[in-house]
Design a protein around this ligand. Structure first.
Ligand SMILES: Cc1cc2nc3c(=O)[nH]c(=O)nc-3n(C[C@H](O)[C@H](O)[C@H](O)COP(=O)(O)O)c2cc1C
Length: 149
């Protein structure tokens, strides 16, 4: 079973909580997980191999910016555009529909990984914190890809 790297973009902690729940769900399904609460570019890119899977849990802040914990990582990815052809990934975009830039950071992360050649496992899930039950929605979504991993 591959190990799944969970990358967290959070400022106020909601997305960290959600990512921890998803990690537990993955472990209960037999996967190993590695949490990246402040994703480090060198560490993650250096560890890539043919089995690598990233699960990005990405909150938007500012005017559609990445939440604090992932600002540096996202800037590095944008600047360096590494080849990620061996990588498989899935993204959960966390936001609030009262913002014009709803889920912009998560959408950007999805497009950025695709641009670098990575393979999307499932369409990005968007969670509206003012409308949705985040854990329930994310858990159902994750359950639907477990069989493809
Ligand atoms: C100052 C501020 C700016 C925000 N900007 C956006 C935004 O541009 N787009 C969006 O979809 N949500 C935005 N949000 C909503 C957050 O994404 C939402 O509150 C989320 O739960 C924060 O996750 P976190 O606790 O993991 O940081 C913003 C929230 C705050 C407090």
């Amino acid at each position: 079973m591959p190990t799944i790297d969970i990358l967290v973009a959070t400022t106020s902690g909601n997305t960290e909580y959600l990512a921890d729940q998803l990690s537990e769900q993955l472990q209960n399904a037999g996967f190993q997980t590695r949490m990246h609460y402040e994703p480090d570019y060198g560490e993650l890119i250096g560890a890539l191999d043919a089995e690598s899977i990233w699960l990005g849990c990405v909150a938007s802040h500012g005017a559609g910016e990445y939440a604090d914990s992932m600002l540096d990582f996202a800037a590095d990815l944008h600047r360096k555009l590494p080849s990620l052809v061996d990588l498989r990934y899935a993204v959960i975009a966390v936001g609030d529909s009262c913002y014009d830039t709803y889920c912009a950071a998560g959408r950007d992360f999805d497009q950025l990984l695709e641009k670098c050649g990575a393979k999307r496992l499932i369409p990005t899930l968007e969670i509206d914190m003012s409308q949705d039950d985040p854990e329930k929605k994310a858990s159902t979504w994750l359950g639907s890809i477990l069989t493809h991993l």
